[in-house]
Design a protein around this ligand. Structure first.
Ligand SMILES: N=C(N)NCCCC(=O)O
Ligand SMILES: [Zn+2]
Ligand SMILES: [Zn+2]
Length: 353
């Protein structure tokens, strides 16, 4: 069956093929791609590719993130084409398409990392931007290598309960707890502009924090988000990353297990999905060049809580890429006046724009 799709004229004047029209084909029908978008082989070119990286041989605790990519796709069927939080239709101006899955050797982590990097670069071609859906956090390293090959050193916002700058596990260098230490060692990061967000939970010792600070990372803890609030955190992050090429890596365990139980290394005291989505929206106009959403392990999920949260995170990341750098501060399309992303909040009652 060839379901009818929403088509538009894109920002560059070419025809853009969007999601299956949900008014004509029920949302639960048909083969699943992310947000019911076309596959990359069904469109002439792709500006933004959503790509699965179903690899989880790097996990230190519960396995199962290899099933995350398709779980998030399945949980994304209810996403709608207009994002009122940014007053943007992310699938209308740019061609967004699902590239299927990068394949990686599940028995050889080194080979998997090399081949994920190669396939990511191939998919990126000259101009395509990637939003990767894991998979465990190991995959951030080859994806950062691919981003670095196009943009040079990148700023990094790393949303996660964990630092993921540890050195080795059982002597293994390439694991889901170590990608950002390797990335720092490889010179992939602009360490004046790298920051963890949502950090919490017990560590192995104070040296974890000493090492992390030595690598140049800043930390906005989960408790900071609660105490300072979303707007202050957004202001801090925007200041830190400026207009540098920015890679966003989001481990779904940044969310409290109440919001995202389906993950391999859950930690209590996490952020709400509302906080995470609002902080991402606050990055409007920054120069996001690539992103990943990782660590969704569906065997521990309930009622698609984690899958839906990850799908919405990916939707906001796609929206940021679709708007591009320099997008002017704008407010949501509805709600009480008082919030403009990326700008000082106006006084209550003041007009939004
Ligand atoms: N990247 C994630 N999700 N977890 C890292 C946890 C590493 C550890 O077991 O200490
Ligand atoms: Zn984590
Ligand atoms: Zn992680």
């Amino acid at each position: 069956m060839n379901p009818e799709r929403i088509t538009t004229t894109g920002d560059d004047g070419t025809r853009v093929v969007g999601p299956v029209n949900a008014a004509l084909t029920p949302r639960w029908a048909g083969l699943g791609t992310f947000a019911r978008l076309p596959r990359t082989d069904e469109v002439e070119h792709t500006d933004i590719a959503v790509v699965g990286v179903p690899f989880d041989a790097g996990v230190s605790y519960r396995p199962g993130a290899r099933f995350g990519s398709n779980h998030v796709r399945e949980s994304s069927r209810l996403l709608r084409p207009y994002n009122p939080a940014q007053n943007v239709s992310p699938f209308a101006g740019k061609q967004v398409a699902d590239a299927g899955d990068i394949v990686a050797n599940p028995f050889d982590i080194g080979e998997a990392i090399t081949s994920i990097e190669a396939q990511a670069k191939e998919l990126m071609g000259e101009t395509t931007q990637l939003v990767a859906i894991g998979g465990d956090h190991t995959i951030a390293l080859p994806l950062l290598r691919a981003a670095h090959s196009r943009h040079g050193k990148v700023a990094l916002l790393h949303f996660d309960a964990h630092l993921d700058t540890w050195d080795t596990y059982f002597g293994a260098e390439y694991t889901h707890g170590t990608p950002f230490r390797r990335a720092w060692e490889e010179g992939l990061l602009d360490t004046d502009a790298a920051c963890h967000v949502g950090t919490r939970g017990p560590l192995y010792g104070t040296e974890d924090l000493d090492d992390d600070a030595r690598f140049g990372f800043g930390i906005v803890s989960s408790a900071d988000v609660m105490r300072l609030g979303v707007d202050a955190v957004v202001a801090h992050l925007r200041e830190r990353v400026g207009d540098r090429p920015l890679y966003v890596s989001l481990d779904i365990d940044v969310l409290d297990p109440a919001h995202a139980p389906g993950t391999g290394t859950p930690e209590a005291g996490g952020m709400t999905s509302r906080e995470v989505l609002e902080i991402l929206r606050g990055l409007r106009g920054t120069n996001v060049v690539g992103a990943d959403v990782v660590e969704v392990a569906p065997a521990y999920d309930h009622a698609e809580l984690t899958g839906v949260a990850a799908a919405h995170v990916a939707y906001e990341l796609i929206t940021l890429l679709a708007m591009g750098p320099g997008a002017a501060p704008d407010g949501p399309a509805y709600g009480l006046a008082g919030h403009v992303y990326g700008a000082a909040a106006p006084e209550a009652g003041q007009e939004q724009r």
